[in-house]
Design a protein around this ligand. Structure first.
Ligand SMILES: C[S@@+](CC[C@H](N)C(=O)[O-])C[C@H]1O[C@@H](n2cnc3c(N)ncnc32)[C@H](O)[C@@H]1O
Length: 422
């Protein structure tokens, strides 16, 4: 395959992601030009697209002074090629002549881009002679302005900058163990965290020892905290509400508790079923809308991992900053409040409910919990520092957890609270 085909594939991945609002994983599954590539070419196309998405706000700010018209006014194919050209020049150390000529060549062979070839050539030549000072730009400039403002309003300017800086490098891989985390750490050459997660550099999951035998599953270290905080034992009956694809169900099932996993998405429940089969763990699976479904008898423990904006996982999915719309994000709190109220019907008085979301926004976390507290459904059961070794600094004054990553920590940003049913 030629270098031009690799650049075109990367640009098509960007277009499908940004213009059709798909995740990069979905784009990779659907883009023929990408799937026709093999080996290192395919890897390089993915690297170009993901590096551009990781710092899109900065790349666009660097391109802007080089353009005679706004980037948004260029055609989708040319816009994508400009970004792919720029990221090679400014971030990937691709030799300038190759970055410019192969990207311009890609436009020549691509009907959607052909007419913009000389414009692309002129801009990329200037880009090759320009230092746009990407590192001097604030980290929050990787996001669209509305999102940077939203994070700054909730986390303060410093917290937002920390979250953005954290997005600039690829996330590590974390594993949760079916039985013995220390054994998994030894077998995979990973680091064992005090909370039991195993941290690895980037790895091909399917070739790691223990994958086929289901000794572990991939689960972010912060995502592993909610189930841990429920304190499941083999005597418990537990409802895992909004359970699929089942990372937390697997954790709960390792305790020997009788777990009922409820989710309304049948395809996602199918993945949960596969995960149970691979690990040899068991849970009852119910496909239902949790707003309406009720158990035969209330249980003593429930975990609600509510649907959310997932803005705490942008390091793994940086495109989320660009493909989510503010209006969509603002629809989650209504559903979250409804689900937390529904959970109260499923738990005995004195029972424990963990509410969690993988977003640091107050509107989806703290404000939902405060609403349920003021409705008299629950009281807060503060999380104690010794329950979360390594995450003590994430405890809020009220006793909730807000896992904004500190420097060097690779985990996601979760909000987690523990409640007692009144
Ligand atoms: C954050 S994900 C859950 C992740 C899962 N707990 C895990 O650890 O793998 C949220 C889930 O909520 C489900 N969901 C959303 N609204 C629901 C509802 N009203 N009833 C049941 N499930 C719902 C979605 O299908 C999605 O699988």
């Amino acid at each position: 395959m030629s270098g031009a085909q690799t650049r075109r594939a990367a640009a098509e991945l960007l277009m499908l992601t940004l213009d059709s609002r798909r995740t990069l994983d979905e784009a990779m599954a659907k883009t023929d030009s990408y799937n026709d590539l093999e080996g290192p070419d395919r890897g390089f196309a993915r690297v170009m697209a993901s590096a551009a998405l990781r710092e899109l706000g900065r790349i666009d700010a660097g391109l802007s002074p080089l353009l005679s018209r706004p980037l948004e006014a260029t055609s989708p194919a040319i816009r994508a090629l400009l970004r792919i050209g720029a990221v090679q020049l400014w971030r990937l150390d691709t030799p300038a002549h190759a970055a410019v000529s192969e990207t311009v060549e890609a436009a020549k062979g691509w009907p959607d881009a052909r007419s913009g070839g000389s414009f692309l050539n002129a801009v990329l030549r200037r880009a090759a002679d320009t230092d746009p000072g990407l590192d001097a730009m604030p980290a929050i400039s990787v996001w669209p302005d509305w999102l940077a403002d939203r994070f700054a309003a909730d986390l303060g300017a410093e917290g937002a900058e920390r979250l953005a800086a954290h997005q600039l490098s690829e996330a590590p891989l974390f594993l949760s163990a079916r039985s013995d985390p220390a054994e998994v750490a030894t077998a995979t050459h990973g680091d064992l965290l005090p909370t039991g997660s195993v941290r690895l550099g980037h790895s091909n999951v399917e070739t790691l020892p223990g994958y086929d035998s289901g000794d572990w599953w991939v689960q972010d270290a912060a995502a592993a905290l909610p189930a841990r905080l429920l304190g499941a034992t083999e005597d418990d009956k537990i409802i895992d509400l909004c359970a699929a694809p089942g990372g937390k169900t697997l954790q709960l099932a390792t305790s020997g508790a009788q777990v009922t996993a409820v989710d309304r998405s049948k395809p996602r429940l199918e993945r949960l079923r596969e995960n149970l089969a691979r690990t040899g763990l068991s849970a009852d699976i119910i496909a239902a809308n949790a707003d309406e479904w009720r158990p035969n008898a209330p249980v003593s423990k429930l975990l609600l991992d509510a649907p959310c904006s997932a803005l705490g996982t942008l390091r793994r999915h940086p495109e989320g900053a660009w493909i989510k719309r503010e209006a969509e994000i603002d629809r989650f709190p209504t559903a979250q409040a409804r689900l937390l109220a529904a959970a109260a019907d499923m738990v005995v008085s004195g029972g424990t409910v963990i509410y969690c979301v993988c977003t640091p926004l107050k509107s989806e976390g703290l404000e939902i919990v405060e609403g349920a507290l003021s409705n008299g459904l629950y009281t807060r059961h503060a999380i104690e520092p010794d329950e979360i070794p390594g995450f003590e600094h994430c405890l809020t004054e009220a006793g909730d957890l807000l896992t904004i990553p500190s420097e060097g920590a690779g985990h996601d940003a979760f909000f987690i609270t523990r409640l007692t049913r009144l």
